[in-house]
Structures are given as C-alpha cells and as structure tokens.
Design a binder for this molecule. Structure first.
Ligand SMILES: Nc1ncnc2c1ncn2[C@@H]1O[C@H](COP(=O)(O)OP(=O)(O)O)[C@@H](O)[C@H]1O
Ligand SMILES: [Mg+2]
Length: 259
C-alpha cells in the first residue's frame, strides 16, 4: 500500500499521516513514513521524542552521500551528474524507528525549490520513486501542497493520493488545484479526508464543496489532537476517537481500492 498525502498547509496532513502510519504498524505491518514537507514534523506526530527526532538526518543534508551517489556536489551547478543514483540502501541507513514505523526525512532543497534539476533533487526524486515503486512495505508520504517530487515514473504506483481539507473555502480550492496537478502526472485514485470537522454541517460542506472527489472519511476537531501537538506526543497515543476515525478511513480506502 502506497499512500501520498497532500493539501494546504495546516489542514492536518501530518496528523493523518501519523495516525495511518501508526495504525498499519499496530497491525504488525512494516511501515515506511516519509516526511517530504520542508516544514518537517512527522516524526514528532508519530511519537518520536524530540531527542530521537533530531537524530534523523534530513537526506538533503547528507552532502557527501549526495555527491557520492550523483557524482556532483549539492548546490553546485555541475553540468553533468548521474540521473539514476543508487538509493536502495538509504531507508535502512537513515530512517529512524519508533513504534514499528520507520521515518525518513527528506529536508528542504534551498536552491530553486523542489522543481529544479540539481543533484539533491535528483536524489530525493529517486528515493521517493524507489520507496513508492519498489519497497514491499506500507509507504506513507507526508507532502506539502506542491507535488514536485512525485514524477510520472512514480505517480502510477501511488495506490491512494489523499488530499486533506478542513471546512473552509481556501482549503477546498487548494484541494482542487492539487488534484489537477496529481491527475496531470498520472495519479487517478484521489481521495479526500475532511479534517477538523466539528459538526455534520462541516462534513456536509466538504462533501458538497468537492462533488467530483470521493470523500473517504473525517478526523474530527479534537482537543486531544491539539494537546498531543502541544506535548510533542502522537495523536495515536492520546486520542482513541481519532484512531477509530483513522481505522474507518483505512477501511474505506481498502474498499475503494478493491473496486
Ligand atoms: N482534527 C484536529 N483537531 C484539532 N486540531 C488539529 C486536528 N488536526 C490537526 N490539528 C492541529 O492543527 C495543526 C496543523 O496540523 P498538521 O497535521 O501539522 O497539519 P499539516 O501537516 O497539514 O500542516 C496542529 O497544531 C495540529 O495539532
Ligand atoms: Mg505537516
């Protein structure tokens, strides 16, 4: 199962990614969670202590490795570098492990954003491709609204692309944009999860606002999720109602994919 999660900033992507990662792991399945958001905080949401989270080195910061694998110094404008660098050993070497979830942190590319062709982006893109296309694990990717690192080669192996929205016009607009980008690169199984919903009115607003997308569930607005974030704990450990909702989302996902 390969799941990519996107949506507007602050809607609850990382919270959902963490809940799903811990849920699959609690069933004894091997899980690789990839933090592909420059504003990386997935490890903390999965339940890593601050100390352990800090031990996970973002891949873009591994300058020597990037140079070794691509043949070019990161940040350099070397005209030639390997476009097909070896990456298959990276998850084992650089992921952190907590509660059965392996976490890889991609980090922020400082030169020209995620779209530029520079050694670090080539490596990240290949790493993501390797994880999504070849790894025999549940892979969950926590992304920003931009999906630059997901190339065509990777897109067709994504089983489910989940766009998280909150009750509000702006996040619905972002969802439509993200969906269009996803469809453009060949992702067709796009689903919506409504987050921070507090009423049936909120849930109806989301369903009515995205008539052409399939809403597979909700993570209700919850004080325990806020508390978990304040304390640096995982919502999975603090909010059983949210875990139940994640379980429901997982079930709907399985049903939709079996069709
Ligand atoms: N269902 C929810 N109820 C209440 N607060 C939430 C909920 N989901 C997320 N939050 C809070 O909203 C903020 C952003 O959530 P996060 O999952 O980090 O979003 P994103 O990854 O999309 O930026 C965090 O402080 C988080 O605790
Ligand atoms: Mg996030």
């Amino acid at each position: 199962m390969k799941i990519a999660i996107s949506g507007k900033g602050g809607v609850g992507k990382t919270t959902l990614a963490a809940l799903l990662a811990r849920l699959y792991a609690s069933e004894g399945r091997p899980v690789l969670a990839i933090d592909a958001d420059p504003d990386a905080n997935l490890a903390s949401a999965i339940g890593f202590s601050r100390e352990l989270a800090e031990k996970i080195t973002p891949i873009v910061e591994l300058k020597d490795l990037i140079e070794e694998r691509t043949g070019a110094k990161p940040g350099s404008s070397a005209p030639f570098f390997r476009l097909n660098p070896r990456v298959d050993d990276i998850p084992e070497r650089f992921a952190g492990l907590h509660a059965g979830v392996k976490v890889l942190v991609m980090g922020t590319v400082k030169t020209g954003g995620g779209g530029c062709v520079c050694p670090e982006n080539v490596l990240l893109k290949h790493l993501l491709q390797h994880a999504i296309v070849y790894r025999d694990e549940v892979v969950i990717v926590d992304m920003e609204a931009g999906i630059e690192h997901l190339g065509r080669a990777t897109a067709s192996s994504v089983d489910a692309f989940i766009v998280v929205v909150e009750p509000g016009q702006r996040s619905l607009q972002t969802a439509l944009t993200v969906k269009r980008l996803a469809v453009d690169i060949g992702i067709h199984r796009c689903f919506v999860v409504g987050s921070k919903t507090a009423s049936k009115g909120d849930r109806d607003f989301i369903v009515a606002g995205l008539p052409e997308m399939e809403v597979i569930g909700f993570i209700s607005r919850s004080d325990r999720i806020i508390e978990a974030d304040l304390k640096g704990l995982s919502p999975f450990d603090l909010d059983q109602d949210a875990v139940q909702e994640a379980r429901q989302i997982r079930r709907r996902l399985d049903e939709a994919l079996a069709k």
